[in-house]
Design a binder for this molecule. Structure first.
Ligand code: SF4
Length: 359
């Protein structure tokens, strides 16, 4: 099935070359694009975006959404145009109205506040974030001190922290470990945000283990498959790239990490853009190979626009570098499934569109 987000194009200015120059553009020998796969939408983002689209379709506008449903400007703008209203907190939502919780998850306090205001809720929290919440609750019940590796202020970290604030300390960076103190060094576990750099997280874990040798590991990786797969793909491309362009928003943790990973693994230069019109012509000076990838909240149409622009500059030869296949699907939030079933809508599982070839 297709979504509105996939079909629409951002209204961004694209004036760079004259029509004749564009028409004359052809791949220039020696210039090429290495296109990362997997890239773009993960199953959790796909599910959250379609949850809002389905809510609009079945309940009608306005549909309130607490925080950005996913961290991507284009997605948010497109949904706003259809009648979604993005708010920071549930107290901005009229009593009794419908509110969707974003893919990043919410703390129990937010759920309670929505309940107190008689809001009708649809929880679009990614199931892989929910898994981390459950781990936090379970370890807190067993009186563990939880060292949550993640970025202070990020919505996902706030949500997980809110599950057991008295048992959790946030570890923002490897350096934080030096000043960290715990109640009982023999009863410590680490968990993490789902969208971190795999390498940096392991550095933090190693430092934690050196300090607390009896610290235990989470039952399974908290950094999700999509974050990890996108980083693996760009690691493969980066050493060959004179320039890496990451499509993704500045507040998208996994997109920002992709740029960092590209530089760390040998890209001569790496830039992050929301839209193709932010690509700067000066970046191409002396560049033969351009690597392209996108964060887990980025619709493929935005990558396509960057590829079109690159073709105009002679980088029309595109080779896809595939390091993994993704076929994960998540079913829609249960509150929505019930409504869809009642209305005869058979949509069930969604996700995993990140690896579709684009050219
Ligand atoms: S990046 Fe990972 S945790 Fe976040 S929504 Fe996607 S699959 Fe879920």
């Amino acid at each position: 099935m297709s979504t509105v987000v996939d079909l629409s194009m951002p209204t961004v200015p694209r004036v760079r070359r004259t029509p004749q120059e564009i028409a004359d553009a052809a791949p220039v020998s020696g210039r090429k694009v290495l296109l990362a796969a997997p890239r773009g939408y993960c199953a959790g983002v796909d599910r959250a975006v379609i949850a809002v689209e389905k809510a609009l379709e079945h309940y009608g506008a306005p549909v309130y959404v607490r925080k950005e449903i996913v961290h991507n400007k284009h997605v948010v703008q497109t949904l706003e145009e259809r009648g979604a209203v993005f708010v920071e907190e549930t107290d901005e939502v009229p009593e009794g109205a419908l509110v969707v919780f974003s893919a990043h998850g919410v703390s129990p306090a937010v759920v309670q506040s929505a309940h107190d205001r008689n809001l009708h809720t649809i929880d679009a929290t990614c199931p892989l974030v929910t898994k981390v919440h459950r781990e936090a609750v379970r370890f807190a019940k067993n009186d563990y001190e939880i060292l949550l590796i993640g970025h202070v202020g990020h919505e996902e970290v706030e949500g997980t922290f809110g599950e057991a604030p008295e048992h959790i300390q946030i570890v923002n960076s490897p350096e934080d470990v030096d000043t960290l103190e715990v109640r009982d060094p023999d009863k410590v576990v680490w968990l993490s945000q789902t969208t971190l750099s795999v390498d940096e997280t392991m550095e933090t874990v190693n430092r934690l283990r050196a300090k607390f040798p009896n610290m235990i590991d989470p039952p399974s990786d908290d950094i999700c498959y999509a974050t990890s797969n996108r980083q693996t793909a760009i690691k493969e491309i980066a050493p060959q790239a004179d320039l890496v362009i990451v499509v993704g928003s500045a507040n998208s943790s996994n997109s920002v990490r992709l740029k960092e990973v590209a530089l760390e693994y040998g890209a001569a230069r790496a830039e992050r853009v929301d839209f193709a019109n932010q690509v700067d012509e000066s970046w191409f000076e002396g560049v033969a190979t351009v690597g392209v990838t996108s964060g887990a909240s980025v619709p493929e149409v935005l990558v396509q626009q960057v590829l079109d622009l690159l073709a105009e500059y002679g980088y029309g030869s595109v080779e896809e570098v595939v390091t993994a296949q993704e076929d994960i699907l998540f079913s829609l939030p249960k509150e929505l499934r019930a409504k869809l079933a009642k209305d005869g809508d058979t949509t069930r599982g969604l996700g995993g569109r990140g690896t579709k070839p684009s050219r």
